[in-house]
Design a protein around this ligand. Structure first.
Ligand code: SAM
Length: 287
């Protein structure tokens, strides 16, 4: 929730209008900066995404933009003006800000010239009813924002249907994660579930849960990925999958390795699994 409680000239932005803001002390800017913390994102239900293309793609796919911020230097660029007009027409707030303000929001020295504040979306687990041909990724306690962002992007590229986050995980709406998704956060439904809720759901969902495990006895290319909808179950970066999840899966597979590395990076392993699981559905002439 971005408040409209400013008092000075600089601090009076209203919805449905464009306002110039140059002060770091502006209360709206302060609220937006607070979104860099998970607790504030959760309390307000909003997150930050950077980049003009990404903001346009998000608007085109029906995402609600609460506030649009752009650098004063970007004013007059046709695409920026067009997107600002769309946000104003939709009742959103548009702020023209100095580079200094933009850097403070994105924590970058050379920020993108356009930033959007969006309402977060979580898909309820009960609404996930996979159909044949669908692939979902389930991540156990994923910790690294870069890994999660890369997985969301890769899942989108592979044509997966969504990502289920099990247990205590990093936030898909953190700035670093959103950056790593390269816009796919707007295309991939994200779901969160406790271990108990996930196990209950998988029993009734008619899915083939393929767990990946360093002790898996089956080669990852062997399962029949076409018969039922697939859930690829991936373990935590440090600890791998707990027995409770691994044993409840339909099958435990391993990606054979050579060389000295103990294991693959989680995002790389997920990418390999996704493209193997969807091999029968992917063809070069698909696009
Ligand atoms: N020390 C952890 C362990 O013992 O499982 C390593 C975890 S690994 C970095 C993170 C996750 O990536 C694993 O839980 C698994 O889901 C997947 N993974 C990595 N390498 C794999 C491989 N060779 N075969 C199957 N899954 C793999």
């Amino acid at each position: 929730m971005i408040k409209n409680n400013g008092t000075r000239d600089d601090a009076l932005p209203r919805r449905g209008q464009v306002k110039e803001v140059t002060s770091l002390a502006n209360p709206v800017i302060k609220d937006i900066k607070a979104l860099s913390q998970k607790k504030n994102r959760e309390a307000s239900g909003h997150f930050i995404a950077e980049g003009l293309k990404l903001v346009i793609d998000a608007l085109d796919t029906g995402w609600h933009i609460d506030t649009l911020i752009y650098a004063i230097s970007a004013k007059g660029k046709p695409l920026v003006d067009k997107v600002a007009a769309r946000v104003v027409a939709g009742g959103g707030l548009v702020l023209e800000v100095s580079e200094k303000v933009l850097s403070s929001v994105t924590h970058r020295d050379n920020p993108q010239s356009v930033v959007g504040i969006f309402r977060s979306r979580w898909m309820p687990l009960a609404d996930v009813r996979p159909k044949k041909g669908e692939t979902w990724v389930a991540l156990d306690r994923v910790r690294d924002p870069g890994n999660l962002g890369t997985i969301i992007r890769t899942a989108d590229a592979a044509g997966a249907s969504g990502v289920i986050l099990i247990g205590e995980t990093t936030d898909p709406f953190a700035l670093e994660t959103v950056r790593a998704t390269m816009g796919s956060v707007f295309a991939m439904p994200v779901v969160r579930a406790s271990v108990a809720d996930f196990l209950k759901w998988q029993r009734g969902a008619g899915v083939n849960v393929v767990a990946t495990h360093l002790k898996g006895a089956i080669d990852y290319r062997k399962p029949d990925f076409a018969a039922r909808p697939v859930v690829l179950l991936m373990g935590n970066e440090q600890a791998g999958l707990p027995d409770e999840l691994a044993e409840a899966a339909d099958i435990r597979v391993r990606i054979p390795q050579q060389g000295r590395a103990d294991s693959l990076n989680l995002a790389i392993a997920t990418g390999i699994m996704l493209f193997e699981a969807r091999r029968h559905l992917l063809a070069l002439d698909d696009r």
